[in-house]
Write a protein that binds this ligand. Sequence first.
Ligand SMILES: NC(=O)c1ccc[n+]([C@@H]2O[C@H](COP(=O)([O-])OP(=O)(O)OC[C@H]3O[C@@H](n4cnc5c(N)ncnc54)[C@H](OP(=O)(O)O)[C@@H]3O)[C@@H](O)[C@H]2O)c1
Length: 264
Amino acid sequence: MLCDMVLGVIGGSGQLGCAIIQGLVTAKALPAEQIIVANRSGVRGDLPDAVRLVSDINEMVAACDVILLSVPPANATTLRLQADGKLVLSVMAGVTLAQLAKIAGHDRVIRAMSSPAAAERMAYSPFMLDACTQDDGAVAEELFGAIGQTDALTDEAQLDVFTAITGPVPGFVALFADTMIRFAREQGVDDDVAERAVRQLFLAAGNEMGAGGASPAKQVQWMIDYAGTTAAGLEAMKAAGIERVVRDGLAAAVEKSRRIANDT
Ligand SMILES: NC(=O)c1ccc[n+]([C@@H]2O[C@H](COP(=O)([O-])OP(=O)(O)OC[C@H]3O[C@@H](n4cnc5c(N)ncnc54)[C@H](OP(=O)(O)O)[C@@H]3O)[C@@H](O)[C@H]2O)c1
């Protein structure tokens, strides 16, 4: 059980590591007293008060049962942990299971992806385990389940897909929102009114899609079948190639994630 463990987060004062810790503590999945963060600067950022901060990674590893890596990928290459078979997880973009095994010094490693939405317990955090046991999988389920939704994947390459799609929040969704805001402004709508309106739309749409119900594909079809104003817009967007444009953009992001692995 995660709540019986001490978790060490290397880079836990950064944007993602800190969000994960905040989410875990809010969820009461792990008390802050059972979390140790290691970084180089000693800067705490927004870490909960009871989280211990150290600069000596080996000291942290020795005191922990589970270690989570959340440093920039380029900074991970030189890390070598004395982790004595302890479970090592990573949320670093592009750093492969093989590279994690080198860092950990063994293959009890789990590669995952997450997002800063973890702070509000709204992240999507898929993970992939290789040589780990079912118990290790249960720890990952518990940890990532506490900060949002999670899935165990069976193909490591798919982690690069989620690095592109769900790692950045609001990510690509912000581009769509900004395009709508700009359009409203072009129609003479005041800046702040346009922004308020589109933010409210995305809040409502996000709530509706997050709650389950009809799939987005079905919702699009219903709108087209209804043949109203939205159908006219959707058909014009499809004719202009919006699906290809979005697919090309996501493919470029996936490709970049795969390059990180080769560059580190
Ligand atoms: N932010 C996101 O939206 C997001 C989304 C998905 C995945 N990720 C992944 O999450 C990881 C962290 O990203 P981030 O945005 O949180 O980065 P960040 O805000 O720059 O934080 C990085 C943290 O790592 C620490 N650090 C760097 N090198 C270190 C080292 N050698 N030893 C110990 N601590 C070290 C830094 O603290 P010091 O400078 O004090 O050492 C800092 O607290 C990356 O691998 C990224 O690919 C991020």
